[in-house]
Design a protein around this ligand. Structure first.
Ligand SMILES: [Cu+2]
Length: 230
C-alpha cells in the first residue's frame, strides 16, 4: 500500500480520455499517452473524474484489474473525490462495499484539474466507490480485482446512489475489462432499458413543447411543418 496517495502528476491519461477530449482545450496534452503503464510490477490504470453538461461521472465506470495493479484517478473537470464505500469515509455510514481485508481510501475532494490519486489493489474481490459531492447524483464506480467477491456482491448500492448511472455487474466488468460511462445494460429484447428511452422521451417532449410555445408566440412556424425531417 506504500504507493497509495494523492499527488499532482498528470501522467497516465487514458486513450479514452484523449478521445473524449478531442474538440476540447486539453486534447493536445493528452495525445501521446498510453492507456496503461507499468509500475512496480503491476499495471497502472487511469480513471477520469468528469463534470460535463450537468453529468458527473467516473470513466470507465467499471474496471477489471489484477492484484498488484494500481488505479490512478485523474480529475479531468469539476470537483470530485474517489472514496471507498466504507463507513469511515464522509457522507456514508452504510455497509462496507470493499473486501474485508482491503484498506479503505479517500482522495479528498479535488478542486484542481489534473490532480490525481492512486490506490494499489491487493485483495481479490469487488470494490465500490463514490464521489463525495456527487454520490447521490450517481457518481459511483466499481473495480473488480481478480475475481468478484466480498460484501459488495451480497447487497445492492443504496437506491439513492444510482438515480442516473447504473453500476455495472461484476461479471460484465470481468468479461469486458473496462466499461465506459454511462453503463447501459442490454435487455432481453436487445435495446436499452425503458428508463433510458424514458429519458430520451423527456427530451423529445420538452423540444416539442418549446416548438409549440414558439409557434404560438411568434406565428413564424404556423405554416411550416417542423417535423418534416422525420
Ligand atoms: Cu464528483
Amino acid at each position: 500500500m506504500v504507493q497509495n496517495g494523492a499527488n499532482r502528476s498528470t501522467g497516465g491519461r487514458s486513450r479514452r480520455g484523449f478521445l473524449r477530449a478531442v474538440g476540447g482545450v486539453t486534447a493536445g496534452a493528452l495525445a501521446a499517452t498510453p492507456a496503461t503503464a507499468q509500475s512496480g510490477g503491476g499495471t497502472t490504470h487511469t480513471v477520469a473524474m468528469v463534470t460535463e453538461s450537468g453529468s458527473y461521472y467516473f470513466d470507465p465506470i467499471g474496471l477489471h484489474v489484477e492484484p498488484g495493479d494500481t488505479v490512478e484517478w485523474v480529475n479531468e473537470s469539476g470537483q470530485h473525490s474517489a472514496t471507498s464505500y466504507t463507513s469511515d469515509n464522509p457522507r456514508y455510514d452504510g455497509d462496507r462495499r470493499i473486501p474485508e481485508g482491503a484498506a479503505s481510501w479517500n482522495s479528498g475532494v479535488f478542486e484542481e484539474q489534473g490532480a490525481t490519486f492512486s490506490y494499489t489493489f491487493e485483495e481479490t474481490g469487488t470494490y465500490d466507490y463514490y464521489c463525495i459531492p456527487h454520490r447521490t447524483l450517481g457518481m459511483v464506480g466499481r473495480i473488480v480485482c481478480g475475481e468478484p467477491g466480498g460484501p459488495a456482491e451480497e447487497s445492492s448500492l443504496p437506491e439513492s446512489d444510482s438515480p442516473r448511472g447504473v453500476m455495472p455487474p461484476s461479471d460484465v466488468i470481468v468479461e469486458e475489462g473496462s466499461l465506459e460511462w454511462p453503463y447501459v445494460p442490454s435487455s432481453d429484447h436487445g435495446g436499452p432499458p425503458l428508463l433510458f428511452w424514458g429519458g430520451l422521451g423527456v427530451v423529445g417532449a420538452t423540444s416539442a413543447y418549446l416548438f409549440s410555445v414558439y409557434d404560438r408566440s411568434s406565428g413564424r412556424y404556423a405554416d411550416a411543418n417542423v417535423w418534416e425531417d422525420d
